[in-house]
Ligand binder design. Structure first.
Ligand code: ADP
Ligand code: MG
Length: 714
């Protein structure tokens, strides 16, 4: 992963002479501009500055003779100013001519300060660094970085740090240089644990840092750039170790927390047993196994922290419902949170249908809470949650708002967990913390987390996997078709309908604008209705009033409606086994995991199913290579894991981490794709550090993560 901080927008300025700060005790309003900017970048303690490593380097150790400079070279020259004037050629510019005895060169500045004009007065000797251009008028440099030639040439490469416009490089360099003298850079990894890393050829922290800040000019720049140099390896190793220790600590801290032990009731009249008996199918082996893993956790007086991953259609909802039943059997409440209103509605419909008939005789019910539940309905829901009558509460993050008080919350389930933010997860944990005990936490995701990510970011989670689909599913065939060939698609729809099958047609999100989605979906609905005049074609979108939505959905579910045109309302939860064709319009606008989710709406029955990805070619008349690669991945495989892996290749880890990563740049230096050996080492070393060297482990985490450590535990 590349460095997270904003890249430098400032050129080093010769006249930036403010004193470097780093007085962490000062109140924020007593800080100078650059000091504030430094704080904003998280550079507060000397160690933060010491660990703020260059993005790249500039070689100011050498002087190039003008006669040796070739067009396009990045060089530093030293020469005497022979002429300097402000010219008005369309716009005001400062133009100086310099001569180094081998040739002359024109320096041109379109924006300039009076101080620069003064520094370039005729007769002055200057050093200028920039890209040389040739041309009729001889050599030119546009906006070179100029310095007085009085100071000695530096002996090391000049670091260029990630910075912001408010924080000049020169200031940051001085601050970092001074911090390197003040920060405690003693080793925090004992030699015994480090010993095993000898095959990485890694020196110590202090010398690695000095080297990376001020590399000798003879170093092979490539090993710095690709971060394969032993000094980089050392830094990455330290960083990964800090992350692993911190996650282990989070796990250990949780182990001393209390949670209600929800012992499994085997009684035939338990909600669990009744729910199991009323399901129209038997559980898959994977569901049974995962259900057992969850039951084990729930039975312990420590909070569960488990991630349930399973491909689309693997049947996570049943597992969640059964866990909720165990919780209610033990006399507690369960909350199920989903990221959007629509998903909340779909879950509610499904779970209420399963559970309400069983809950009612017990004087319990399923409550439903989103920000759209208002007025009297909301007051009723809140009352039912507070009294404990609501055994299960389904909703969006409205469930964790301040005003919502649970009587006895023991289990929180988060569906599509990667779409929730860190702040929301922390709020949830705090909510549950009130009674001196935390609820159990079950997170579910259909976006499987690639192994390297699971090992690093989710090292503190227990993971259960539904690796088996319910029986009787037929593999879905996926085809890419250009938007111009819609007629063929309509032909295909007709065939499916003739065979008694049903069809989904999904319209894309347009720039997040619901209004435009609607226009588009309505147009498609009209076109399909015209093409298939004797079929019932429905339109579903989130703006429809609830009763109409319900009516459309039930017509489709019961098979009276042949085609359902929809915005992404149907993404999750809709379940019509007779549907055999999914058409996704402008597929290139969707994320891979979203496409995979949508495709998962078909192939649920025994019929052979297909998914057509219609792609728009835009004005260029062709799809970009990345877009093509993404869609091709969809056609190549039905395996959610493989799709997730390709999405990781194409888009980087953000997609999987959701907002977990933002706000805390978790890994600044290490790259999960290339640094797997270091990651493996850190995974082994972390528990030994905590067991044998707890104080050093603590110091190590504080050094690397400071206050970010709390954030990492969410
Ligand atoms: P997801 O894991 O994507 O959330 P769902 O929970 O929505 O999947 O389940 C997909 C479909 O499979 C639903 O119709 C569900 O009722 C059905 N299903 C779940 N478990 C089984 C099973 N063991 N046998 C048959 N059908 C099942
Ligand atoms: Mg689901």
């Amino acid at each position: 992963m590349p460095a997270q901080a904003p890249t430098s927008a400032t050129r080093p300025q010769a006249n930036a002479v403010a004193k470097p700060g780093g007085h962490s005790g000062l109140a924020a309003n007593a800080l100078s501009g650059p000091q504030k900017a430094m704080h904003k970048l998280g550079l507060r303690r000397p160690i933060d500055l010491a660990l703020h490593l260059p993005l790249r380097y500039e070689d100011e150790t050498r002087i190039t003779r003008l006669c040796d400079a070739a067009e396009g070279d990045m060089v530093q020259i030293e020469a005497t100013v022979t002429h300097c004037e402000v010219q008005i050629r369309g716009r005001r510019q400062l133009v100086a001519t310099v001569d180094d005895g081998t040739d002359t060169c024109t320096l041109r500045f379109l924006n300039f300060y009076p101080s620069q004009q003064k520094a370039l007065a005729a007769g002055n000797r200057v050093r200028a660094r920039g890209e040389v251009r040739g041309g009729f008028a001889g050599l030119t440099m546009v906006h070179p970085v100029c310095k007085s030639a009085e100071s000695a040439l530096p002996e090391a490469l000049t670091p260029v740090y990630p910075s912001s416009a408010a924080l000049p490089q020169a200031y940051l360099r001085r601050a970092i240089q001074s911090s390197l003298g003040r920060a405690d850079l003693s080793e925090s990894i004992p030699p015994e644990i480090l010993n095993e890393t000898s095959h990485f050829g890694i020196s110590n922290l202090h010398s690695s840092l000095l080297f990376l800040h001020y590399p000798a000019p003879n170093v092979t720049l490539a090993t710095l750039e690709d971060r394969s140099h032993p000094a980089w390896q050392r830094l990455k190793l330290e960083e990964l170790l800090a992350q692993q220790i911190s996650q282990l600590q989070a796990r250990q801290e949780r182990a001393v927390l209390q949670a209600p032990a929800l012992s499994a009731s085997q009684a035939p009249d338990s909600l669990y047993a009744q729910l199991l008996a009323s399901l129209p199918f038997g559980l898959t082996n994977a569901q049974t196994r995962v259900g057992e893993e969850i039951a084990q956790d729930l039975g312990r007086p420590v909070p569960m922290h488990r991630l349930l991953q399973g491909d689309v259609g693997a049947g996570k909802t049943v597992v969640a419902a059964l866990a909720a039943a165990r919780c209610i059997d033990a006399g507690w409440q369960c909350a199920l949170m989903v990221p959007t209103e629509i998903l909340a509605g779909q879950h509610f419909t499904k779970l209420a249908a399963w559970l309400e008939p069983l809950l009612a005789p017990r004087g319990l019910r399923v409550a439903w809470l989103t920000s759209n539940v208002k007025g009297k309905a909301r007051r009723e829901m809140l009352a039912a949650i507070a009294s404990g009558e609501a055994g299960l509460v389904i909703g969006t993050h409205a469930v964790i708002q301040d005003k919502v008080q649970f009587k006895r919350l023991a289990l929180a389930i988060i569906d599509e967990q990667h779409r929730f933010g860190v702040a929301q997860r922390l709020a949830l944990r705090e909510k549950m913390d009130s009674a001196g005990s935390e609820p159990h936490l079950l997170m579910m995701t259909a976006t499987p987390i690639p192994r390297t990510l699971a090992m690093s970011y989710y090292a503190d989670l227990d993971v259960s996997t539904l690796d088996e689909l319910p029986p009787g599913r037929t593999p879905i065939v996926t085809k890419l078709i250009a938007d111009g060939r819609r007629d063929e698609v309509v032909q295909r729809i007709r065939q499916q309908i003739d065979q008694g099958r049903q069809v989904y047609w999904v319209c894309p999100l347009i720039e997040e604008s619901e209004a435009l989605d609607l226009v588009n979906a309505t147009a498609t609905h009209q076109a399909l209705s015209d093409a298939l005049p004797d079929q019932m074609i429905g339109l579903l979108h989130s703006r429809l009033p609830v009763p109409e939505k319900t009516a459309v959905m039930s017509l489709f579910t019961q098979g009276q409606m042949q085609v359902l045109v929809s915005t992404t309302v149907i993404e999750v939860g809709v379940d019509v086994p007779n549907a055999s064709l999914m058409v996704i319009e402008h597929a290139e606008r969707f994320g891979l995991s979203q496409l995979h989710q949508l495709r998962g709406r078909v192939g649920r029955g025994a019929a052979a199913s297909a998914c057509v990805l219609l792609y728009g070619t835009g004005e260029s008349g062709r799809l970009s290579d990345t877009a093509k690669a993404r869609l091709k991945a969809m056609a190549d495989t039905n395996d959610g894991f493989e799709i997730a892996r390709r999405d990781l290749d194409i888009r980087g880890p953000g997609e999987f981490l959701g907002s977990r990563q933002s706000g805390a740049a978790l890994l600044r230096f290490a790259d999960l794709e290339t640094d797997t050996a270091l990651l493996e080492w850190a995974r082994q070393a972390a528990p030994r550090m905590l067991r044998d060297y707890p104080e050093l482990a603590q110091r190590h985490v504080e050094r690397w993560l400071g206050t970010k450590a709390e954030f990492l535990k969410a």
